[in-house]
Design a protein around this ligand. Sequence first.
Ligand code: GDP
Ligand code: MG
Length: 392
Amino acid sequence: AKQAFVRTKPHLNIGTMGHVDHGKTTLTAAITKVLAERGGGTYVPFDRIDRAPEEAARGITINISHVEYETATRHYAHVDMPGHADFVKNMITGAAQLDGAILVVSAQDGVMPQTAEHVLLARQVGVEHVVVALNKADGADPELLELVELEVRELLSAHGYDGETLPVVRVSGLLALGGDPEWERALLGLLGAVDDHIPTPVRYTDAPFLLPVENVLTITGRGTVVTGAVERGRVRTGDRVEVLGYDGRVESVVTGVETFGRTMESAEAGDNVALLLRGVQRGQVRRGQVVAALGSASVHGRFTARIHLLSAAEGGRRTPVTSGYRPQFYLRTGDVVGHIELAEGAGPVPPGETVEVTVTLGVPVPLEPGLGFAVREGGRTVAAGTVLTVLD
Ligand code: GDP
Ligand code: MG
């Protein structure tokens, strides 16, 4: 019989954000080192994090590095991005789906432009929980530390976070990485604050089940299998589901759940799984559709969105966008042609700008506010967006 998968701790997705050179990558390396020495994962050195391979998330190239580690109570996947543009694209497309963020601020430099921009963006895309790493605390004078802490708390409050009460922990990523016991303890303090302050995102597992279909396979003698990452909720053998989107809809019952070749009693948000679907023919399902708890998802062909047009330097267009523009929209695992309308009276929008638009899709797909997407044209990505409201 196949081996069973054992889940021991709740899983969270977090990431570092903050101004360039404030120490995000050093801190990320230090976290893996300090925890690895205590049985919480594998040390990932600075060079391996900073030279991460590029990833094509929804058709956009993003330099992003994933590390994983465990505290006593949690399993974390942690992302670190080398550049400001990588961070912006990642946040807008929702590629990382952060449950919380560690805002890294150098105590020696204070709040800088990208510090403020990342806080604003985190708020806009719905990252609700932030813990501050007041980094480079080694050698910073105590009065400066106080001042910078006040400044960061004010910035967070101004963007709707609980700036007065959220944890601000003084750390030195560099000296913790170097094995200094005082700063190793400070780093464990930061991780304790992350454990305590960033809640386990129960809403994703309590929400109705949804899985975007990445692949469809036929297993001789068993039937049709769909694969993908569970976006929300839980699923187990015997559950009634529907597969929908792109003018298709079929009801089914899940007759098997597996992950990396091991059987699972139940899969939940974040898990990569294969689902065996009873009575479904291979031609009835396709990539881009979603498998959802019966009656829990609906398809829509019109919505408002905030889109960021990539600049020419980021590989975007060279010319402005006007109403009537018809690019390809990449939503979850699928893509569909759509039509963009600008707000009434709005002039052409040049590359590099962010605007609110109304989108009409050629085929209705499962949609909801907060969903991230990419916009492509002639084989290249020209914009990243987020659904604001669903119209019909
Ligand atoms: P990132 O751009 O935010 O990822 O920053 P890095 O991790 O690449 O660090 C930028 C520079 O700051 C490097 O030269 C680091 O060695 C230095 N640095 C990082 N953390 C600390 C720290 O805690 N204390 C001191 N003194 N320097 C640090
Ligand atoms: Mg870095």
